[in-house]
Write a protein that binds this ligand. Sequence first.
Ligand code: PCA
Length: 326
Amino acid sequence: MTKIKTLMCGVAFIAGVAATNAHANEKWDMALAYSATNFHSEIAAEFAAEVTEKSGGKLSIVTHPGGSLFGGSEIFGAVRKGLAPIGERLISALGNDNAIYEVDSVPFLATGFEGAKKLYKASKPALKEALEEARLHFLYSCPWPPQGFYTIKEANSLDDVKGLKFRAYNATTSKMAEGLGMLPTKIEAAELSQAFATGVAQSMISSGSTGYDRKLWEHVSHYYDVKAWLPRNMVIVNGKAWAGLDDATKGVIEAAAATAEENCWAKSAELDQWYIEQFTTNGMTVGNLNPAMQAEFEKVGAELRDAWLERAGDKGKAVIEAFNNM
Ligand code: PCA
């Protein structure tokens, strides 16, 4: 053997050993879009700690909140490609991939936690199927509190909101804004404070949670508790990364995911009203839309619901039927 070949064999051998060790003692970086103090991120951190502990260190999961590993809009693609083995993503932002991902944001279909849970149950098989087609393993899913309307001024009529720059987080929020005469731009939650501070955004539909996280009272004056829908996040694993785990580790992860899901739903419901109370404390005007404006929101919502049913085809109809029969 020449010197160089000997050297290369040595390197290959060391690399091989390193790979085996990495397999026995693996570390997964978990990409999260929302701030470290948000309840979704806190639950994900608890999930990660439980896996690390219960697998005896065989698999340690380290969370990266606030879009620090990948931004919210990149996480789904990054996990698919295996750039991150695990991550959390807002499901309804993925409607371009599959209409079924948008079911939780169909306007005024499920407007409270109970309805949202039923809708989750009714749509879970279709969601898992879509993810399997994308070579992703589903772990758990958790809702944001009901979605309300934030604006920099009173919204008593369509004229009041006309032309407002609207921050959207998925296609449904964009279309809702357009239907109400506002001008939507997609902005991730991590960039929200900046967008409102600079006037790039003047209104949005989101939960009290995100408004609280981003101290929106510094920029907007009104919150209307519309309860338009409860969008969910989901935690997914790259298919190859999942297949590479032994059964015991998979079991540890599934158990931690079940705990995380249950705790997260409870936390979301528990914090819902608390977030809104913080708006009042911080000087915002909080209330309901007047009946005429509520009707305008519902009218646009109904159009979007019909359009979604059309796009989602038979699978979508089957999910809605299952939901209605629950
Ligand atoms: N917060 C997220 C999605 C829905 C929500 O309540 C956001 O505004 O980005």
